[in-house]
Design a protein around this ligand. Sequence first.
Ligand SMILES: [Zn+2]
Ligand SMILES: [Zn+2]
Length: 107
Amino acid sequence: MSEQATISRAEAARRLREKRKAEGLCPICGLPVDSSERIVCSECTERISEQGRLRRMQRREKGLCLRCGGVVEDADRVNCRRCRSAYNTQMKAWFANKKKIKEISTI
Ligand SMILES: [Zn+2]
Ligand SMILES: [Zn+2]
């Protein structure tokens, strides 16, 4: 309600985004970024672009994978198995990398 509270909330959000960026995480969703040339992950890049939003909407309507537009094998999922396993690999690589950084920094 007070101005002070508004500022600190915005500041907290800004700090969180900075922290995520520094760790190689997407500042929007906080998940590992899948390309070294990007700051925002491909999912969020698509989500925030008008064209990407339209494409996702169409895929959702057709029950296709939101990531690649392929067939989703499991009815309760929004991504196909191929994309999910690719994502798992990406997550594992990120965590392995993070651990490595931590080990180096603690020496
Ligand atoms: Zn993201
Ligand atoms: Zn897919």
